[in-house]
Each structure stands twice: as structure tokens, then as C-alpha cells.
Design a protein around this ligand. Structure first.
Ligand code: ATP
Ligand code: MG
Length: 634
């Protein structure tokens, strides 16, 4: 069955469709009912079925593929590569689970995991899943305060961390941040389990509270911890959103729906059969990392490459070298990651044998045409844009090359995947927009399997944040989109990223895309700033590609000309700043509201998810010096 017929069935006959897909995973007891929609906007998938994520990711592969690689954990920071088979993974996870049990962690208890992208993070996640504990992985780059906020919310029984991570050759201590967070939080866990990598010998140690992982692992290396069978709708994990728009939300995931959705996506979207390899460059701390570094590939019986290091470390060929070495069929990265490589020589894309590689999937932000072109031309591979949110847990919009590949339209993540009935509607009236017109992207309930079930301990916030925007009960993505005459969706940015110039609504993305067509530009962010006459005007912030020697004022003027040429005078930037770097969240997303606040002297809101506060300081200075083109007119 091709895409149209399969998709149609997934939304028109959800019980029949998903009932069949449920067979892709193992159940201890089969579901009694496929879908329960009696209490919208909540819904329950595979009601009464009991299963377990760890069993599906590890145990059930032991017979057929015990010696196959499950995880290849590569660190270009420490220079260590660990190749872990399914059998070894099973052993490590059991040992880890035994430690958890010993520490009194059981079903329903929360465990916060604060670690770099290393194998032990995967062991810890799967061990929690095995015993029915709820993990909440907090991205290792978050500072103590972010960690404390998440601990306050999740109230964990245990915190698992590493002594340190590394980035660009620099040691980044983790444990001191844990100590600081635990001083701040109202809900400190009884114990901190520390994986010592030998990176921070001077680490402080709180006797009795802090436990060294290595001897405990040794003690439990032959443990066999039984799997805890969970009802399909019980929580498997919490994952806080990255906070681009405000206070992070504790996205709660279920067990059965998530496992089934991932299993389907592995074959239909990512085109991976058991035994094949995926290189996902994300971090276990992100939604993409949860789904396609850990659970998806393992449930699918694949080999997953986990990478600790910079895209450019030790050189910009590293990802391609890994694809060659492990014969990756699918690569999954982000536009930000590719833009980092784009600053470097394109020759790196042709240096390695990529004959096994078929697809490069990118997600997380709009994929601009220049980046798309650069990657497609450089590698000769099919680049597949896919759109999702922490909330959805897997792609909501994507082409599905595992099923049948529709023609790629650059800039579009394509069509809804299984179970997603999506509309583009008018933000005021809720009416569906005709093809070609911009509106808010919404999902008609029920949300498909894999999507969040609620916000942790806050059903009301779930209802209000996602379903409270329109008269009709619809999940609002809070993103602008447009659907073209062929049914392809295009994402135009977040609903709070729109500039209203004299009554004309301009997406920041449209202006950014025009600026990015200039070869000298590496990255660009556009924000609206208040203007007495026009309401709002666009301000442009851009970084230049490495090696560009032009006078920033000339490039800035070229940017202004290009925007006017492509979008008309109404979009003319009021000012253009050429800067060294742009403010980004830890997940690599542009934090436009920080720029906007600097320009207007307004409150930027929560900046604790900022990757590099120094970048903001530099921009503050640049603004004080004045723009390279135009005038500041706030
Ligand atoms: P918060 O919800 O806390 O503000 P966030 O939305 O940045 O944080 P994520 O869930 O990681 O956290 O990001 C999802 C968002 O990323 C989407 O809503 C969309 O704005 C953007 N996005 C993801 N994939 C794409 C894509 N392929 N094209 C365009 N935008 C994308
Ligand atoms: Mg979001």
C-alpha cells in the first residue's frame, strides 16, 4: 500500500490500522481496546495491553541478534569508541537495573539522568524502563538552575550523573553542577549515582549521598532483573521541552503507544530494517535522542551510533567517516549541525565512501534552501526534512521513503505521517485556510500513538497550552504553516515569530531565507522591533562564513538589497548587524526573543536555556556600537 492509502486508513480507521501496527512489538498481555477517546483531549492507546520498552529494545533481540552491535558509542573527545552488542547491552542494563533496585527505586519512581552522550546514559534509561521507573533525562549542557527547576518538578528518588563531559577538548564538570542544583532544589533525591570517567579527579564527594557507579556495577554484573510489565498508558518517561518560548513543560510519554509509533517510524519513515545502522547526531537529552539514538533503533533491532563530540572535531569529516565505517544507511541530524559544517570546506563531503548511506534526515528547525542545496549537492544523497516537537515524540510531517518516496520539495517537511490529521487554520476564526495561505498548524484529536499523554502532574496545563486556543478542540502546534496545492506543508516559524509591518504579516523565516541566499552569510536571525510609524520593523542579525573578508558594512547592505529584491520594500530591514555568533538554546535553536529584548530593552524572559551567555553580551555591545546598515529605530 502506498502512502496515501496507508495514511488515509491510519486516520479514518485508527483502530484497525494501529491494531495491526501493535503487532510490531511484543506484548505480555495484548491490548483489550486499541483506542479510548472517552475523555478528550486525553486519549489512551492500546488499553489494557501490558508491555515494556526495555524488553522490546533489548531482550527480544537476544536470540536473533545477540552478537549484533546495538550501540556504538563514539567519543572524539576522549578518543574512545565502544562497540556494544545486544548481549552486552542486556548485561549492562541488567546490572544497572539491579543497582536501581538496590537503591530502592521501583515502579513509578522518577530518576533524573544528567549525563553526556555516553553509553551509560543509555544503560540508565533502559534500566529505568526495565523496572518501570520514570526517567527524566536533562540535557548535560543545562546549567545548575535549569537542572534544579526540573528536579523540583520531577521529584526524583535518584539522580544519575557523570563526573564530567567534554566539548572541543575542554573538560566540562557535571558533578559540581549537580551539587549546586541539589543545594537549590526543594526536592533533592536521597542518592546521586556517579559514573566516573576519570575526567574530574578533584570532584567533591558527599559521603553517603554520593555513590560510585563502578563498584556497584561490578557487584551486579551477573544480575538478572525481571522486566516490569506496564499497562500501555502508564508513564515511561518525562522530557522537558527546550524552552524556546518559555517555561519548560514536562512532556509525559506512555509505554505501548510510544513503542508502536517508533517501530512503525523506523521502517516506514527512516527506511531501516533490523541489522541496519543509523547515525543520529542528536544527544540523549533531546527528544530526537530519546527516540532515534535509543528507543527507536533498538526496538527496530538496528545499530545506533551515539556520538560525543563536535561536528567539526577532530575534523569536519567525522560524521561521514562514521557513516563509512559502520555502513550507516540513514543519518539523522539538524539544520544547525549542517550549517556548522557548511562553514567548512565542502570537500569533506566527498572524502569518504558513502555508498551505504541512502537518506539524510534533518529536523528541529526550518531547513533553509542554501543549507539544503549545499548538503544535497555535496553528498548526492536525498535530504529529508521532517517536522516534529518534543511533544509528538516522532515526526509528524515527513516524507516516508520506507513506504514510497514522494518528490522532495526543498523547504517542506512533506506530508502528515501516520495518524496525524493536520489542518492549517485561521488564528482568529479557526476556519481552514485555502492552499497557499498562511495559518496556524493544528492536529485534530486524537493525537496518534507516541505523542505526549499529558504534562507531568498538570493535566490542566496540557489542556490549556495545547487545546485551549480555538473553539474547536484542536491541538495547536503554535507554528505557522502553509499547505501548497499539492498538499505539501511548509513551516513558517513559531506563532510568536511574526512581524507585523504596517499591517503586513511577515514570517521571520521568509526574511531569514532571503538573507541566507547570500553566499557570505552563515547564519541569520530576524526579529521584529517596535516602530512608531509601522508598528514593527525587521532587525537582522547575521554571522558570516569563515574566510569571508568583505567589509561587514558591504555585506549588510547586500542583505538589505536582497530582502527588498525577494520580498519587496515592505520587508526592508530597519537595521542589519553582523555579529560573531547568534544566541541559541542548548538544543541549537535560535532564541529570537533574546535578540528582540536586547533591541527593545524589554524583559527577555527565561534565558537559562541559553547555550553561551557570552554571545549575548557580544551582541549587546554590537547593538551599542550601531548597525552595519540602516538605523536602529526602536
Ligand atoms: P518550547 O516548546 O519549550 O518553547 P521548543 O519548541 O524549541 O521549546 P522542541 O520541541 O525541541 O522545543 O522544538 C519543536 C519546534 O521546532 C517546532 O514546534 C518547530 O517550531 C521547530 N521545528 C522542528 N522541526 C522543524 C522543521 N522540520 N521545520 C521547521 N521547524 C521545525
Ligand atoms: Mg515547542
Amino acid at each position: 500500500m502506498g502512502y496515501e492509502a496507508s495514511w488515509r486508513r491510519s486516520v479514518d480507521e485508527p483502530e484497525a490500522f494501529w491494531g495491526e501496527q501493535a503487532r510490531l512489538i511484543d506484548w505480555q498481555t495484548p491490548p483489550r481496546r486499541i483506542l479510548d477517546q472517552s475523555n478528550p483531549p486525553f486519549r489512551r492507546w492500546f488499553v489494557g495491553g501490558t508491555t515494556n520498552l526495555c524488553h522490546n529494545a533489548v531482550d527480544r533481540h537476544l536470540d536473533a541478534r545477540g552478537d549484533q552491535l546495538a550501540i556504538v558509542a563514539v567519543s572524539t573527545e576522549t578518543g574512545i569508541t565502544r562497540e556494544i552488542s545486544y548481549r552486552e547491552l542486556h548485561r549492562e542494563v541488567n546490572a544497572f537495573a539491579a543497582i536501581l533496585v538496590d537503591l530502592g527505586v521501583g515502579k513509578g519512581d522518577r530518576v533524573v539522568i544528567y549525563m553526556p552522550n555516553i553509553a551509560e546514559a543509555v544503560f540508565a534509561m533502559l534500566a529505568c524502563a526495565r523496572i518501570g521507573a520514570i526517567h527524566s533525562v536533562v540535557f548535560g549542557g543545562f546549567a545548575a538552575h535549569n537542572l534544579a527547576l526540573r528536579i523540583d518538578d520531577a521529584e526524583p528518588k535518584l539522580l544519575v550523573c557523570a563526573d564530567a563531559g567534554m566539548r572541543g577538548g575542554k573538560i566540562i564538570p557535571y558533578k559540581p553542577l549537580v551539587d549546586a542544583a541539589l543545594r537549590e532544589t526543594k526536592a533533592p533525591p536521597a542518592h546521586v549515582l556517579v559514573v566516573r570517567r576519570g575526567l574530574d579527579p578533584d570532584m567533591a564527594w558527599v559521603v553517603e549521598r554520593d555513590l560510585d557507579h563502578a563498584p556497584l556495577r561490578e557487584k551486579h554484573l551477573d544480575a538478572n532483573v525481571p522486566v516490569e510489565w506496564l499497562e500501555s498508558n502508564e508513564p515511561s518517561y518525562l522530557l522537558y521541552t527546550s524552552g524556546t518560548t518559555g517555561r519548560p513543560k514536562g512532556v509525559q510519554r506512555d509505554v505501548g503507544g510510544y513503542a508502536v509509533a517508533l517501530a512503525v517510524s523506523m521502517t516506514a519513515i527512516f527506511d531501516l530494517q533490523p541489522g541496519q545502522t543509523i547515525l543520529c547526531t542528536s544527544d540523549v537529552g533531546w527528544a530526537v535522542g530519546h527516540s532515534y539514538n535509543v528507543y527507536g533503533p533498538l526496538i527496530g533491532g538496528c545499530t545506533a551510533i551515539l556520538y560525543e563530540g563536535l561536528p567539526t572535531g577532530p575534523d569536519p569529516g567525522i560524521w561521514w567517516r562514521l557513516c563509512e565505517k559502520y555502513k550507516a544507511r540513514t543519518m539523522f541530524s539538524s539544520p544547525t549541525g549542517i550549517r556548522v559544517l557548511k562553514k567548512q570546506d565542502a570537500a569533506w563531503l566527498r572524502k569518504y565512501d558513502l555508498s551505504s548511506l541512502k537518506w539524510i534526515f534533518l529536523a528541529g528547525e526550518p531547513l533553509d534552501q542554501p543549507t539544503y542545496d549545499w548538503l544535497t549537492t555535496g553528498t548526492g544523497k536525498t535530504v529529508v526534512d521532517n517536522y516534529w516537537q518534543t511533544e509528538t515524540g516522532w515526526p509528524a510531517l515527513s516524507l516516508m521513503p520506507g513506504l514510497d518516496l514522494k518528490p522532495v520539495k526543498p523547504g517542506s517537511p512533506g506530508f502528515p505521517t501516520f495518524g496525524y490529521r493536520m489542518r492549517v487554520i485561521d488564528e482568529a476564526t479557526g476556519e481552514e485556510k485555502p492552499a497557499g495561505e498562511k495559518g496556524v498548524l493544528v492536529i485534530e484529536p486524537p493525537l496518534p500513538p507516541g505523542c505526549l499523554t499529558t504534562i507531568w502532574r498538570d493535566d490542566e496545563r496540557y489542556r490549556r497550552s495545547y487545546f485551549g486556543h480555538f473553539k474547536e478542540l484542536l491541538y495547536s502546534s503554535l507554528d505557522w504553516a502553509v499547505r501548497d496545492a499539492d498538499g505539501y506543508f511548509f513551516i513558517l516559524g513559531r506563532t510568536d515569530d511574526v512581524i507585523n509591518v504596517a499591517g503586513h504579516r511577515l514570517g521571520t523565516r521568509e526574511i531569514e531565507e532571503s538573507v541566507a541566499t547570500l553566499g557570505a552569510v552563515a547564519e541569520v536571525a530576524v526579529v521584529g522591533i517596535a516602530d512608531e510609524l509601522k508598528g514593527q520593523v525587521p532587525a537582522v542579525f547575521a554571522t558570516l562564513r569563515q574566510g569571508v573578508k568583505d567589509d561587514p558594512r558591504d555585506v549588510a547592505q547586500a542583505m538589505e538589497r536582497r530582502v527588498v529584491e525577494l520580498l519587496g520594500g515592505v520587508a526592508r530591514p530597519a537595521c542589519v548587524y553582523v555579529v560573531g555568533s547568534l544566541p541559541k538554546t542548548r538544543s541549537g535553536k535560535l532564541l529570537r526573543r533574546a535578540l528582540q529584548a536586547l533591541m527593545q530593552d524589554t524583559d527577555p524572559g527565561d534565558l537559562s536555556t541559553l547555550d553561551d551567555p557570552g554571545a549575548l553580551e557580544e551582541i549587546r555591545l554590537a547593538i551599542a556600537r550601531g548597525p552595519h546598515c540602516g538605523q536602529r529605530r526602536a
